[in-house]
Design a protein around this ligand. Structure first.
Ligand code: SAH
Length: 220
C-alpha cells in the first residue's frame, strides 16, 4: 500500500482512517483483525474522487447505477459476524459493488468469490483490487441469487443486497457448520441475519435493523 494515492492526504489520510477505527470500536466492533483490515484499506479509492473527502465518514455513499458502498460500521459488523466461528477457507460474496467489503475480507480469508450483476461496477472493482495487489479475489458477472454452484460449498457467504427471504440456493451452498450473513426483508424493514448450516436445515439469528439496496435478478 505504498502508492501515494493509497496513502491519501488531509481528509483521506491515515489519521482520518484511524479516527474511523476508533469510532467503530466505540460502536461495538471488537474484532482486532477486522479493525486492522479497516485501518489498512483506503476506502477513498472505492468511491468517486468527488466523494473522497467523505470516504471516512461512517455512512453509505453512492457509487452510481443506483447502488451504494456500504457504511463502514455494517461492513465491519458483517465481517465480524462471518469470522466469529473461526478461520474461513473459501467465502462467497454476493454484490461486489465498489469492492470495499471484498477488500476488507481479502486479508482475513484464503479465497473470495465475489459476484456482481452490474458489469460496469465489477470492472471498476477489478481495477481497485489490482492496484491494491489483492490476489485472492475471483470475480464473476452473474446473478448471485443462484450462488456459484461450481465453486460450492463455501465456509462463509456474505450477501450485501437484500432478498425478501433467505435464498435456499445459497443455504445449500454452505458447508456443514458454514455461516451466511445477509440482510433480509423489504426496504425500510430489513434485518441482518446470520444463518448457520445444520444438516439439511439451518439455524437463524436475527441481529439488527439495517438498510441495503434490494437483491435483484438478471444481469446488466
Ligand atoms: N459490498 C458493496 C455493496 C454494494 S451495494 C460495497 O460495499 O460497495 C449491493 C450490490 O449488490 C450492488 O452493486 C448491486 O448491483 C449488487 N446486486 C444486487 N442484486 C444482485 C444479484 N442478484 N447478484 C449479484 N449482485 C447483485
Amino acid at each position: 500500500m505504498s502508492r501515494p494515492e493509497h496513502r491519501g492526504i488531509g481528509m483521506t489520510s491515515e489519521r482520518t482512517r484511524e479516527r474511523l477505527v476508533q469510532r467503530l470500536r466505540r460502536e461495538g466492533i471488537r474484532s482486532v483483525r477486522v479493525l486492522e483490515a479497516i485501518r489498512n484499506t483506503p476506502r477513498h479509492i472505492f468511491v468517486d474522487e468527488a466523494l473522497a473527502s467523505r470516504a471516512y465518514e461512517d455512512t453509505a455513499l453512492p457509487i452510481g447505477h443506483g447502488q451504494t458502498i456500504s457504511q463502514p460500521y455494517i461492513v465491519a459488523r458483517m465481517t465480524e459476524l462471518l469470522l466469529e466461528g473461526g478461520a474461513l477457507d473459501t467465502v462467497l460474496e454476493v454484490g461486489t459493488g465498489s469492492g470495499y467489503q471484498t477488500a476488507i475480507l481479502s486479508p482475513l480469508v484464503r479465497r473470495i468469490y465475489s459476484v456482481e450483476r452490474i458489469a460496469a461496477l465489477q470492472q471498476q472493482a477489478r481495477h481497485r483490487f489490482q492496484s491494491l495487489g489483492l490476489r485472492n479475489i475471483r470475480l464473476r458477472h452473474s446473478d448471485g441469487g443462484m450462488g456459484l454452484p461450481e465453486y460450492a460449498p463455501f465456509d462463509g457467504i456474505l450477501v450485501t443486497a437484500a432478498p425478501e427471504g433467505i435464498p435456499r440456493a445459497l443455504v445449500e451452498q454452505l458447508k456443514p457448520g458454514g455461516r451466511m450473513v445477509l440482510p433480509i426483508g423489504p426496504r425500510r424493514e430489513q434485518v441482518l441475519v446470520r444463518v448457520t448450516r445444520k444438516g439439511s436445515g439451518y439455524d437463524k439469528e436475527l441481529l439488527e435493523r439495517v438498510a441495503f439496496v434490494p437483491l435483484r435478478g438478471g444481469v446488466l
